[in-house]
Ligand binder design. Structure first.
Ligand SMILES: NC(=O)c1ccc[n+]([C@@H]2O[C@H](COP(=O)([O-])OP(=O)(O)OC[C@H]3O[C@@H](n4cnc5c(N)ncnc54)[C@H](OP(=O)(O)O)[C@@H]3O)[C@@H](O)[C@H]2O)c1
Length: 276
């Protein structure tokens, strides 16, 4: 017997909803089991064109759905969830809104609401994101499977053992793309300073970043070993790395991620509407 296809409703027809829906359609999720709601008709048009049911009214969109994906900005999450008067506790509320904790989501919906909280990152827009998930105790195995399948459409997924870990996830993978972008910017500029044309410095940097990421992901060696493998004593790489170590790059990165972790916890309080 085949497993029934869940009906998914996306609240908010923005970038993240778009990438998830695109990925789901690409993975074969039938369009007639997808819905999206947004107050702006123009936002809904591209989804309607792909056969996805579109709604201006969030409550109409969630009727009979198995999973409700909260894909609005964190600032309006409270208003949107509190207004979902037709939400039933057995419907899975899957929130991708950064910094909105389970206590808030539960307070705005129901104390027994099945909720999965997820922290994706920007490369999800290209189907190569990294998402970490955490489920509350009201979630069944089916709820967890549905949540994982939805986020798998946008890249890789993993479960974290406690909700607090999501702040650290935010510091590592949520904000992580920007750290790599900064490194790329700096390498491109250094290449230009060394006399390279900007277009050439850019191409060299980006392909190097891409190749290094693939090697690090797919190799059985960890990044420390890969670094040692390409660092000959007295060579050019060793000269560059020594400058980075002398300038405390690892300590700077550690301090940066600690700052992101603290800020994630602060934002949860700001957006949580006073719920602990
Ligand atoms: N983009 C990322 O890389 C990323 C990474 C991690 C987490 N996230 C999280 O994902 C969530 C969505 O981000 P996004 O980048 O997709 O944002 P977005 O592009 O701004 O999408 C949000 C959508 O929700 C719509 N909306 C506003 N009020 C609504 C309402 N009352 N009912 C239904 N829809 C409503 C917005 O319409 P208007 O434009 O008219 O306001 C917009 O189309 C955020 O909470 C963010 O924290 C995003």
């Amino acid at each position: 017997m085949s497993t029934p296809v869940p009906t998914l409703t996306f609240i908010g027809a923005g970038n993240m909803a778009g990438s998830l829906i695109h990925g789901l359609l690409r993975d074969g999720h039938p369009a007639d089991h997808l819905r999206v709601a947004d107050p702006i008709a123009a936002q809904l048009e591209p989804f309607g064109a792909q056969g996805v049911a579109t709604f201006a009214d969030n409550n109409a969109a969630i009727e009979g759905a198995d999973v409700i994906v909260l894909a609005v900005k964190p600032q309006i999450a409270q208003t949107v969830v509190s207004a979902l008067t037709d939400l039933s506790p057995q419907q899975l509320l899957l929130s991708i809104a950064a910094g909105i904790n389970l206590a808030s989501l539960s307070a705005w919906s129901s104390a027994s609401q099945a909720i999965v909280r997820c922290m994706p990152n920007t490369p999800a827009l290209l189907g190569v994101g990294m998402s970490a998930l955490y489920a509350n105790t009201h979630c069944t195995a089916d709820h967890r499977t549905s949540a994982e399948q939805i986020l798998n459409a946008a890249g890789d997924t993993l479960w974290v053992p406690d909700e607090g870990a999501l702040d650290a996830v935010t510091a590592v993978s949520g904000s992580g793309p920007a750290y790599f972008f900064l490194l790329m910017e700096a390498m491109i500029q250094a290449g230009v300073d060394l006399g390279l044309d900007r277009a050439i410095a850019t191409r060299l940097t980006l392909q190097t970043a891409y190749g290094s990421a693939l090697m690090a992901r797919d190799s059985s060696d960890d990044p420390a070993q890969l670094r040692q493998n390409v660092t000959s004593p007295g060579g050019t790489t060793a000269a560059a790395l020594q400058v980075m170590l002398d300038n405390n790059l690892p300590a700077t990165i550690s301090a940066a991620l600690h700052a992101a972790n603290s800020r994630a916890a602060e934002l949860a309080e700001e957006f949580g509407g006073g719920v602990a």
